[in-house]
Write a protein that binds this ligand. Structure first.
Ligand SMILES: Cc1cc2nc3c(=O)[nH]c(=O)nc-3n(C[C@H](O)[C@H](O)[C@H](O)COP(=O)(O)OP(=O)(O)OC[C@H]3O[C@@H](n4cnc5c(N)ncnc54)[C@H](O)[C@@H]3O)c2cc1C
Length: 450
């Protein structure tokens, strides 16, 4: 084994793995097909493009996503510090200016002498050591090769993404900035609905014309089932579940009284800034399958958005992932092809930070495997991260037998082992999960130094 590797895909997982390995003396050939060939969701030629939301979620240690970030930084994550340099105001969340973030990643790759970034679509898995990080929108030819080599354990389904509107087209006599319960900076804009406005909006959502999923099926995938992943359900599907489901979920008005009148709206739709200049806003939770003219009509019913100019409409996209518990070894290499490591969303983690984390894990495993062999050990590296950690549990999710159909997993406290003496206070309980995790991770790192 020498320290040379190909990485397929300069997305979140691929860039994380490339930087991690190159900084440890590896020679990396990083293949990215864009801009020669685009995916249905990417729109730039830049690495680590965030295709939908610009938020990498919370930084707080009483949230699972905040804990995951702290764990990854403890493990030497490369991309999170770059994301922090591209921060835009969003309360306690790590929201970034996506262009600035991708440019920072590009410069980091270019400044690293061990990395050769090559524009090329890879259509077959190579015979030499590689990390496959081609993401949920892996090109068809490569997906076909993967399916040929692994069988039919891959699944195929659709995601929906949210629209973005121009800030100057909003009606500021109606929208107001406020953070829920005034907990942090008032970084969100809020669109308050009266009872009548809300039910008209729900009616319009349900009855609007939408894209039918079968338009996006092609012959190759026709044998593979698709379904919506619970965490990315189009807003019209949520509305269809019950007239009040939105105002009890993403549009809940609690803690969002209008500061100008003190009145509590019937429902609130929040807008999150897309860039440092706050020149455009994302309609939080409005991922959708509605046709574009219908989106314009229905979303302009939102108070304050009557004249909204749309920078991007919501849309639906393919999302592919492997049946990882069946096909992966504990070190994230393929059982059938042990020289191929899988990283990112393709492995069945779900989310930006989770994909970064999976890229980091694959790279760490490879580096450990190399160091182990150098010391005369076996090719299997010590991969079992502490069970008290979110990243450890995500790894277990990918590599342990799955009960029922394997589903993607994101960071949440529910995947951690229960606390011995949990306090009643929910916030305190989450903080205890976090401190337990970070302590166990540090002890594990000390005990496992090679
Ligand atoms: C439409 C959509 C919206 C999403 N929205 C969110 C969101 O808002 N928040 C969130 O947390 N997660 C979201 N996700 C899920 C997931 O977090 C992102 O897809 C994330 O970018 C996955 O990271 P990755 O590194 O695995 O893949 P990617 O970031 O997609 O990177 C894969 C790279 O591989 C390249 N590639 C593909 N095939 C080839 C090939 N054959 N040869 C060479 N290069 C290739 C692609 O061009 C791409 O640059 C979304 C996913 C989709 C599909």
């Amino acid at each position: 084994m020498n320290k040379e590797i190909s990485i397929i895909g300069a997305g979140l997982a691929g860039c994380e793995a490339a930087l991690y390995l190159a900084h440890r003396g590896w020679k990396v050939q990083l293949f990215e097909m864009r801009p020669e060939k685009q995916t249905p969701a990417h729109s730039t030629e830049l690495p680590a493009e965030l295709v939908c939301s610009n938020s990498l979620k919370s930084l707080r240690l009483d949230t699972a996503s905040g804990l995951l970030k702290a764990e990854l930084e403890t493990l030497g994550c490369e991309l999170l510090p770059l994301a922090k340099e591209a921060l835009v105001p969003a309360g306690q969340a790590l929201a970034v200016d996506r262009e600035v973030f991708s440019q920072k990643v590009l410069h980091a790759l270019q400044d690293c002498p061990g990395i050769n970034l090559i524009t090329q679509e890879i259509t077959e898995l190579p015979d030499s050591l590689c990390i496959l990080a081609s993401g949920p929108l892996t090109s068809d030819k490569l997906m076909a090769d993967l399916m040929r080599k692994l069988g039919e354990e891959q699944l195929y389904f659709f995601d929906a993404i949210a629209p973005i509107v121009e800030a100057s087209s909003l009606d500021y006599s109606k929208v107001y900035s406020k953070d829920r319960y005034d907990k942090g900076e008032p970084d969100y804009l809020n669109c308050p609905f009266s009872k009548e406005e809300y039910y008209s909006f729900v009616d319009a959502l349900i009855s609007a014309e939408k894209h039918e999923a079968h338009e996006f099926e092609n012959q190759f995938f026709s044998a593979v089932k698709f379904s919506f992943y619970e965490n990315c359900i189009p807003i019209e599907e949520i509305a269809r579940r019950g007239v009040d489901s939105l105002r009890h979920g993403v549009m809940k008005p609690m803690g969002l009284e209008d500061p100008r009148t003190g009145r509590k709206p019937w429902a609130v739709l929040q807008l999150r800034t897309e860039n440092k200049l706050c020149s455009s806003f994302n309609l939080v939770g409005c991922q959708t399958m509605l046709r574009y003219p219908e989106q314009k009509r229905v979303f302009r019913m939102i108070p304050g958005l009557e004249n909204a100019e749309f920078h991007r409409f919501g849309s639906i996209h393919r999302n592919s992932y492997l049946n990882s518990p069946e096909v992966l070894n504990p070190d994230l290499s393929l059982k059938a092809l042990p020289h191929v490591y899988i990283a990112g969303q393709l492995s069945g983690v779900e989310g930006y930070v989770e994909s970064i984390g999976c890229g980091l894990l694959a790279a760490r495993n490879l580096d450990l495997r190399y160091l182990n062999l150098q010391k005369g050990g076996t090719a299997s590296a010590r991969t079992a991260l502490p069970p008290e950690t979110i990243i450890g549990q995500l790894w277990r999710h990918l590599t342990s037998p799955s009960e029922g159909k394997f589903q993607p997993m994101n960071a949440n406290f529910g995947i951690l082992p229960v606390l011995d003496n949990p306090p009643r206070d929910k916030k305190q309980k989450k903080e205890m999960y976090s401190s337990r995790s970070l302590e166990s991770l540090k002890s594990w790192l000390d005990a496992n130094k090679l």
